[in-house]
Design a protein around this ligand. Structure first.
Ligand code: AMP
Ligand code: GLY
Length: 427
C-alpha cells in the first residue's frame, strides 16, 4: 500500500513510525512532515489545509490510504474531498468533524443524548452572553465555538476577566469567525484525562487512557501550550471508568451522530474531567491527541493499518486490538520562550545518543543545509519511553532527554511525577 499522512507534528511522526511497521505498507508520504518523518518516509511540501493540492498529489502518487492528523483539514472537508476522488481516507467528514470544530454543536449533542458535561449554555449574542456570565459562579469558562488552535478557552477567575475575554472573542473578534458564538461552561474541578477511541460508526474501541500536561511550567504554572508531556495509563482512571465512558460517552456520541445523519468514522477523543469519581466531558476532538499519541501508540501491539482499514470498511468489530500492559511517558522539548515568541534554526545535538528503546518523535524540526537537524518550531521533540510501570518509563525518559540539547532548550521536569507521588501515598 502507498500511504499519505497529513500533518507535521509529534503526533504525525508517531503515526508514521507506527504505519511504516505494517507489512501491508510499501511507501509512506507525509505532507508536510518534519525532519523525523523525512528519515523514515518521504515528505511532500504541501500544507495540511491545501486540500486540492493534497488530492492531486495523492492521485499522482497512487495513494491507497490517507491518514489525517490535525483538525483543520478535517474541519475543512478533506475526507469528503478524498471520498469524492475515491481515495480511502481515515477521519470524519466535515459534518462529523463539527463535534470538534463547533463546541456549540458538541454541547447540543451532549445535552440531547444525556452525555455528562459541564453545566453551561451557547450564545451568539454578546449582550446575552454578558448578562449570563454576571449570574455565574466564578471561575467561569469561556470558549470560542470554532477552532482556535488551543487559544479558544479562557478560565476567568473574576468577572472583569470574564467580561474582557468575552469582549475580546465576540466584539474585538481576536479569533475571527471562531468567536462568533461562545460556549460558557461552569468550571469543573478534578483530574483531567483523555480517552481516545477508534470507531467505524458502529463499534467503538478505546485506546489506553492518557494524561496531558498543558501548562508550560512545572506544577502546572504559567500559560497553556499545545502540550508539554503525557503519560499512560493514569492510575486514577480505572478499567470500570474506561468502560463507563466508552458506553455512556463515546458510544452514545457515535450513535447520536448517526441519528443526526452525520455518521462518525475515525478517531473520537473525549477530553474528560473526573470529578467526585464521575467523568464529565469538557470537549470532543475529531482526531488523535498531541502529545497523547506519542505515549499511546507505542503501547499498541496491533498493526495500526489493519485497524484503520477496518474503520474505513466498517468492520472494526472483527479486529482484535491488543495493548501492552506497560506504561509510557513522553516529555516535550520546546524552544526557549515558547508558548510566547522564540527563535528557531538551532542545531540539535544528541538525538543519536539515546538508548535503543527510547523514542524521539519530532515536531518542529527540519534538515538544515548542512544536513544537521535544526529546531523549526515551538515544540521541537517528544522523548518517549515505555517500562513496566510509570516510574521505570519516567526514569528512562529523563535519563535520555539530558543527552539531547539545543540552544534555549526547555522541558518540564515533573511529567508523570504525580503518579509516583500518588502510588507512594497509597503505599
Ligand atoms: P478544551 O479546548 O475545551 O479542551 O479546553 C482546554 C482546556 O481548558 C481543557 O483541557 C481544560 O483543562 C480546560 N477546561 C475546559 N473546559 C473546562 C471546564 N468546564 N472546567 C474546567 N476546565 C476546563
Ligand atoms: N492534547 C490535547 C489535544 O490534542 O487536543
Amino acid at each position: 500500500m502507498k500511504t499519505l499522512v497529513v500533518g507535521s507534528g509529534g503526533r504525525e511522526h508517531t503515526l508514521v513510525w507506527k504505519i511504516v511497521q505494517s507489512p501491508r505498507v510499501e511507501r509512506v508520504f507525509v505532507a508536510p512532515g518534519n525532519a523525523g518523518t523525512a528519515a523514515i518516509a518521504e515528505n511532500l511540501n504541501l500544507h495540511p489545509t491545501d486540500i486540492e493540492g493534497l488530492g492531486k498529489a495523492a492521485e499522482k502518487k497512487g495513494i491507497d490510504l490517507a491518514v489525517v492528523g490535525p483538525e483543520a483539514p478535517l474541519a475543512a472537508g478533506i475526507v469528503d474531498y478524498f471520498n469524492s476522488l475515491d481515495i480511502p481516507v481515515f477521519g470524519p467528514t466535515e459534518a462529523a468533524a463539527r463535534i470538534e470544530a463547533s463546541k456549540g454543536f458538541a454541547r447540543n449533542l451532549m445535552e440531547k443524548c444525556g452525555i455528562p458535561c459541564a453545566k453551561g449554555a451557547v450564545f451568539s449574542s454578546y449582550h446575552e452572553a454578558r448578562a449570563y456570565i454576571q449570574e455565574q459562579h466564578l471561575p467561569v469558562v469561556i470558549k470560542a465555538d470554532g477552532l482556535a488552535a488551543g487559544k479558544g478557552v479562557v478560565i476567568a477567575g473574576s468577572l472583569a476577566e470574564a467580561e474582557k475575554a468575552l469582549a475580546d472573542i465576540m466584539e474585538a473578534r481576536i479569533l475571527g469567525a471562531a468567536g462568533d458564538r461562545v460556549v460558557i461552561d461552569e468550571y469543573v474541578n478534578g483530574r483531567e484525562v483523555s480517552l481516545i477511541a477508534f470507531t467505524d460508526g458502529k463499534t467503538v474501541s478505546v485506546m489506553v487512557p492518557a494524561c496531558d500536561y498543558k501548562k508550560i511550567g512545572d506544577d502546572d504554572q504559567g500559560p497553556n501550550t499545545g502540550g508539554m508531556g503525557s503519560y499512560s495509563p493514569p492510575g486514577f482512571f480505572s478499567a470500570a471508568m474506561t468502560e463507563k465512558v466508552t458506553r455512556d460517552v463515546l458510544l452514545s456520541a457515535v450513535k447520536a451522530m448517526a441519528k443526526e445523519g452525520t455518521p462518525y468514522k475515525g478517531v473520537l477523543y473525549a477530553g474528560l474531567m473526573v470529578t467526585n469519581g464521575e467523568p464529565v466531558v469538557l470537549e470532543f476532538n475529531a482526531r488523535f491527541g498531541d502529545p497523547e499519541t506519542q505515549v499511546v501508540l507505542p503501547l499498541l501491539k496491533t498493526d495500526l493499518v489493519d485497524i484503520i482499514m477496518a474503520v474505513i470498511e466498517g468492520s472494526l468489530d472483527r479486529v482484535r486490538i491488543e495493548w501492552r500492559s506497560e506504561a509510557c511517558v513522553g516529555v516535550v522539548m520546546a524552544s526557549g520562550g515558547y508558548p510566547g515568541s522564540y527563535k528557531t534554526g538551532f542545531p540539535i545535538q544528541g538525538i543519536g545518543s539515546v538508548d535503543k528503546d527510547v523514542l524521539v518523535f519530532h515536531a518542529g524540526t527540519k534538515l538544515g543545509n548542512d544536513g544537521n537537524i535544526c529546531t523549526d518550531g515551538g515544540r521541537v521533540l517528544t522523548v518517549a519511553g515505555a517500562g513496566k510501570d510509570i516510574a521505570e518509563a519516567r526514569e528512562k525518559v529523563y535519563d535520555n532527554i539530558r543527552r539531547i540539547s539545543f540552544d534555549g532548550c526547555y522541558y518540564r521536569k515533573d511529567i508523570a511525577l504525580r503518579e509516583i507521588h500518588s502510588i507512594n501515598s497509597i503505599a
